[in-house]
Design a binder for this molecule. Structure first.
Ligand SMILES: [Zn+2]
Length: 283
């Protein structure tokens, strides 16, 4: 079996033909058109080029109504809001971080887990929850927006309308800003060189992550938590403080055997997760 998969982000559109072992057979990477009609046309032609498949799925940055495959809300792709991708492309549609969780559980860092959580730290903070080996998308499809769990009610205003969300502290954007660096890469370089402000930015991110993950551990009692997204190379800077906070704030039984690990699929996580969703929908 083969699946056509796509991962549509705020900047890049990735598409691939994937086999049922999670092998990417062929792929095309490009820029995401600002207009959804152009985007859908582009994806149709790219999928056509990639060849025939038994199933298809699109992962996209935003909330997806699970009953219709409609993109309801997307801060990164505002013009795409309302696009009925599922109907237009006759395929499954899922949130990109949810897809990444599914991909990591299939052939990545969360392989073999029944209950697991993925947090993606990049421009924003996304999440995915897996329960009994299946993606938990909730009543309407919006589950897993873990980046918008409030850490500090008196914190900065977030793009989602709330204040003090995890994303305001732990995204690459937030870490770069707090470190007084141009971007997250520069913040990492400075933190590793011992710069106090950059170290404090990583500590603040790890503290926010630890608080949120402790809550999630108490709520879901997962076997594993993976940290993914563009900040994966900084896992070692974040993990000790996250682990200490999770230990301090959870029930012993809830954290028994818990593993906190880096995600392993990199930029392919969403694409592979979309393929997995396509295969699962086929049954
Ligand atoms: Zn928010």
């Amino acid at each position: 079996m083969k699946a056509l998969a796509a991962d549509i982000g705020g900047t890049r559109l990735r598409a691939a033909l994937v086999d049922s072992n999670g092998e990417i057979l062929d792929r095309r990477d490009g820029l995401t058109p600002p207009d959804p009609l152009d985007g859908i046309a582009l994806l149709r032609s790219v999928w056509n080029e990639l060849g025939k498949a038994d199933a298809g799925a699109v992962a996209i940055a935003g909330s997806i109504r699970s009953s219709t495959g409609e993109l309801v809300q997307s801060p990164n792709l505002p013009k795409w809001e309302g696009a009925r991708l599922g109907a237009e492309l006759s395929c499954e549609v899922l949130n990109d971080a949810n897809a990444a969780a599914l991909g990591e559980a299939w052939v990545g860092g969360l392989r073999g887990t029944g209950a697991a959580i993925l947090l993606t730290l990049g421009t924003g903070v996304g999440g995915g929850i897996l329960l009994d080996g299946r993606l938990w998308t909730g009543a309407t499809g919006a589950a897993g927006e873990l980046g918008h769990i409030c850490v500090r009610p008196d914190g900065p205003k977030c793009g989602c309308g709330s204040t003090g969300c995890l994303e305001m502290y732990a995204s690459g954007t937030a870490i770069g800003k707090a470190a007084g660096a141009g971007d997250a890469k520069e913040a990492e370089r400075r933190a590793r060189a011992g710069d106090a402000k950059a170290r404090a930015a990583f500590d603040a991110a790890a503290e926010a992550l630890g608080i949120v993950l402790a809550g999630l551990v108490n709520a879901f009692n997962p076997e594993a938590i993976a940290i993914g997204g563009g900040m994966v190379p900084t896992f070692d800077l974040l993990a000790p403080r996250i682990e200490a906070l999770v230990k301090a704030r959870t029930f012993r039984l809830a954290r028994e055997g818990l593993r906190i690990v880096p995600a392993t699929l990199g930029k392919n996580a969403g694409l592979l997760g979309a393929a997995r969703a396509a295969f699962l929908a086929r049954g």
